[in-house]
Design a protein around this ligand. Structure first.
Ligand SMILES: [Cu+2]
Length: 113
């Protein structure tokens, strides 16, 4: 009985650092994976509906994006603060987007005249 308890405690103790090490590896790999990964981007055209540089968000009424099979719609995107500071509501823009399931991140943005 005592031996069983000890072996359970050993496996519990042994298991905890192993799990922590795995999590550490994940955290360390995440940033390098991002910088190394060449995520595909797509081009789009739209109108700025709202922009909030401090929150890193922009809402665009974008035209259809055939590469993603997206119809035209108004939706929010993540955006770098500096990039967001360069545009105002109502401006027509061309943009480059790194898409994900939830929308995406604007990686380039230019006022379209
Ligand atoms: Cu959309």
């Amino acid at each position: 009985m005592k031996a069983l308890l000890v072996s359970m405690m050993v496996s519990l103790i042994a298991g905890t650092p192993a799990f922590a090490a795995d999590m550490g590896d994940m955290n360390m790999n995440a940033p390098s994976g991002k910088s190394d990964g060449k995520q595909q981007t797509v081009q789009g055209v739209g109108v700025v509906k709202s922009v909030d540089p401090d929150k890193g968000s922009i809402t665009l009424a974008h035209q259809a994006i055939p590469a993603l099979k997206w119809p035209a719609m108004t939706m929010p995107f993540k955006i770098d603060k500096q990039l967001a500071s360069g545009v105002r509501r109502g401006q027509r823009v061309t943009f480059e987007l790194a898409p994900n399931a939830m929308g995406g991140t604007i990686t380039k943005l230019a006022v379209f005249r």
